[in-house]
Design a protein around this ligand. Structure first.
Ligand SMILES: [Zn+2]
Ligand SMILES: [Zn+2]
Ligand SMILES: [Zn+2]
Length: 768
């Protein structure tokens, strides 16, 4: 029995070929939890078979385990592939979408091949999967390929176990498969096939915006080397500062625009083809407007044949390929929907008739501290399950508020949804419902328990309460940072008590305040707060997130600076009356929620160091601050955080004050120190502060394993400094790898906490 991602990835034909080559008899078939193989033959050849089974497995397969059992001889005469049967509960489900493989790419560009320049070429090793599937089993009638009847040649390939397209569900060709056409925004006339591709390239090269239907939705595309076109796209899409992803032809082209490490190179070419955040190469041709104010670019390579066709034209160097939506709305997938929603943005639409049944954005990843980390987990990764440290009952965890991802779980796996975006409006909630329905069908999971965030105002939590009530299901509220830390523990199979650093933007705390700079002593079922950043006011609440100068004023006020002094107002970028009004608000405590968030401290510091008054997107200020320090050495002296109070025996958390950090930082500014150095000193100070907190926690508890979690762990400099400094002090350090450390990973942690609480509800006996 072979378990893992072994169905719908060409595993059975691979086994068939292997058995033929080793001259073994028996059969191979899909089972409910993997692939079942019976082989018979001389011992040496059986052994060789087993070695090759692991070492030569198909590109998209992931073998988790191979269980071998000896059996009585069956005396089979040949080797067969047995038709798939779906029995009981499936655990393998639908594979993730995969980028065009090298074999298909060769055929795509080979004039002698019958699929020469066919925009939908694919095989068992590549092509769409999750995004075209309605429900299990993953078979053609359950996909959006059902309406295309295969021609004789395609059918022959599909039926031949030795063919690369054996049971390749989206198999198609010019004769029988989907087609493309180009429609101008101004009129409804269209051109199709080769002409559509040709005209698309012409329009892009002329600076036009083209909406291109892809694998998981529409992209909005412009020539990434054309600054005016990039700015026009930003204006129309109403996306002003946030970086835009760009696609380049191949690895060589990627090297021309970015300085890539070996790890980044490996990440860029994985079949999941995520957008990879990498250091922009000085003097490269990419327009400034693509990623203003930061030293990185989000780059990726073509993953669909249609994209390869665009890049086959030598004039096309780099294309902006950003989600086809208006600011934070879900990505458009349907032809009609796209014309309505993107009509004011795109000049033309390159469409096709292979329906996208699941919206799925591009994934985003980065190499953090030497290993890949997911920033946004979507196309190419969904719906691959993430392992859990123990078996769980059927469970739904609805995630957070921003960057929402929910998770369904059963048995040893949690299946996270694709990135759903912000659950702030009805479109977002509709996308959430639609995806939940689909994933419930896909895995045949009927949740018995629903886990949600503690925040009383989250749309996801309100929805969860209602949904659970209607169905009479058990509800479990999970504190935000506990979920972050527990998720990190579970990824590494840790089930004891650990130290968790939850360094984050916004999360609702057990005391009703906004947390995010937390040192927790956590188990899977509960936690104690060992230390946290001192609470500071957020003048104006939500407004302080969008306007970092408010945070700066709040933080400095809390650190007992005179925020109405002329000098501070100038530093913060506040006008006189603004400073006065905010100071009064803070003195009276009106509309000033308190926060211990590290993300907000980054905002405050960025406001002062960068003069950033307003942000265009979440975490912009923090990202720019990290970018500012990018060339500074790691060993600059840090600004000190001070520890006050705290009594572990009485469970009173220690407070980490930023008063002296601010004093030192403002002095550096006054003496005219380079801002790059100030940004670096700030990162070091924060890292050293939390390392010290971890050391104090170790003295109090004897625990020496530390989890690094929360959205701030996307900050590469901070993640690296924390890990190195913690290891220097003798800690074992754990970071997220398969789920995002930010709120995209929250639902995985909620699954873990909810399931652990059910099985041992009283083990920690404290707050949730
Ligand atoms: Zn292929
Ligand atoms: Zn065909
Ligand atoms: Zn969070």
């Amino acid at each position: 029995m072979v378990r893992g991602v072994v169905q719908g990835v060409g595993f059975r034909p691979f086994v068939y070929r292997l058995a033929q080559e080793e001259r073994l008899t028996g059969f191979v078939g899909n089972d409910t939890d993997g692939v079942n193989i019976e082989i018979e033959g001389p011992e040496k050849r059986v052994e060789a078979f087993l070695v090759r089974l692991r070492s030569q497995a198909p590109a998209l397969a992931r073998i988790d385990s191979v269980t071998v059992r000896e059996m009585a001889l069956a005396g089979d005469s040949g080797f067969q592939i047995i038709a798939s049967e779906v029995l009981g509960k499936v655990s393998t489900g639908i594979p993730a979408d995969a980028a065009t493989c090298p074999d298909c790419l060769r055929e795509l560009l080979d004039p002698r091949d019958r699929r020469y320049r066919y925009p939908f070429i694919n095989c068992t090793n590549c092509g769409p999967r999750f995004t075209i599937t309605r429900r299990i089993p993953y078979d053609r009638p359950q996909t959006s390929m059902a309406k295309f009847t295969m021609c004789e040649a395609c059918q022959r390939e599909y039926d031949d176990p030795l063919n690369r397209r054996f049971h390749a569900q989206p198999n198609a060709c010019w004769k029988c498969g989907p087609r493309v056409w180009l429609m101008q925004e101004a009129d409804s006339a269209s051109v199709s096939g080769e002409e559509a591709v040709k005209q698309t390239i012409q329009m892009l090269m002329a600076g036009k915006i083209v909406a291109i239907r892809g694998v998981g939705g529409f992209h909005l595309s412009v020539d990434a080397t054309n600054q005016a076109a990039v700015m026009r796209l930003r204006d129309r899409k109403r996306r002003y500062g946030k970086p835009l992803a760009i696609m380049v032809r191949d690895l060589e082209a990627a090297h021309q625009v970015c300085v890539l490490t070996a790890e980044e190179e490996a990440l860029i070419i994985t079949p999941a083809r995520p957008i990879v955040l990498a250091r922009r190469r000085d003097g490269c041709r990419i327009a400034e407007g693509v990623a203003p104010g930061i030293p990185w670019l989000g780059i990726y390579l073509p993953y669909a044949p249609l994209q390869h066709l665009l890049f086959a034209d030598p004039r096309v160097h780099a294309l902006v390929m950003t989600s086809g939506n208006l600011s934070e709305e879900p990505i458009a997938i349907d032809n009609v929907e796209a014309r309505t929603r993107l009509g004011g943005i795109a000049d033309a639409f390159l469409m096709h008739d292979r329906e996208i049944l699941q919206r799925c954005d591009d994934s985003v990843a980065a190499v953090v501290d030497g290993a890949p980390q997911l920033v946004r987990r979507a196309r190419g990764f969904v719906p691959i399950g993430v392992e859990l440290p123990f078996d769980v009952p059927p469970l739904l965890a609805v995630g957070g508020h921003l960057k929402n991802v929910f998770a369904l779980a059963r048995g040893r796996f949690a299946y996270q949804s694709q990135h759903l975006g912000d659950l702030e409006n009805l479109i977002g909630l509709e996308f959430f419902r639609e995806s939940l329905d689909h994933l419930m069908r896909t895995f045949e999971i009927e949740p018995e328990i629903v886990a949600h965030d503690l925040h009383p105002g989250y749309l996801s939590a309100a929805w969860a309460r209602e949904w659970a009530q209607e169905r009479g299901l058990k509800l479990i509220a999970v504190q935000h940072h506990h979920a972050h830390v527990a998720g990190c523990m579970a990824e590494h199979g840790l089930t004891g008590k650990e130290i968790g650093l939850a360094l984050d933007g916004t999360g609702y705390g057990s005391d009703g305040k906004i947390w995010g700079g937390e040192v927790l002593i956590a188990s899977l079922t509960g936690f104690e707060r060992f230390a946290h950043l001192e609470y500071v006011p957020m003048p104006g609440g939500e407004a302080a997130i969008k306007e970092p100068w408010r945070m700066a004023l709040g933080a400095l006020h809390a650190a007992r600076f005179d925020v109405e002094s002329e000098e501070l107002m100038r530093l913060v970028g506040a006008r006189e009356n603004e400073a006065r009004v905010l100071a009064r608000m803070m003195d009276r405590g009106v509309n000033v929620p308190l926060t211990s968030s590290l993300g907000r401290l980054f905002d405050a510091v960025a406001a002062v160091v960068l003069g950033r008054r307003v942000v265009d997107y979440e975490a912009q200020a923090a990202i720019e601050l990290e970018g500012l320090a990018v060339d500074e050495p790691d060993d600059v002296p840090g600004y000190a955080l001070e520890f006050t109070g705290g009594d572990w025996a009485a469970r009173v958390p220690m407070k980490m004050s930023t008063a002296s950090l601010w004093r030192e930082l403002l002095t550096d500014l006054q003496i005219g120190m380079d801002k790059t150095r100030i940004a670096a000193r700030f990162h070091t100070g924060v890292a050293e502060g939390f390392v010290k907190a971890a050391m104090l926690a170790r003295s109090a508890t004897g625990i020496s394993q530390v989890m690094l979690s929360g959205g701030c762990m996307h900050n590469r400099r901070l993640a690296r400094l924390l890990r190195v400094k913690l290891e220097t002090e003798g800690f074992e350090v754990y970071q997220h790898r398969n789920v995002s450390p930010g709120d995209g990973g929250l639902s995985y942690g909620q699954v873990v906490v909810a399931a652990a609480m059910l099985s041992q509800p009283l083990s920690f006996g404290d707050t949730h």
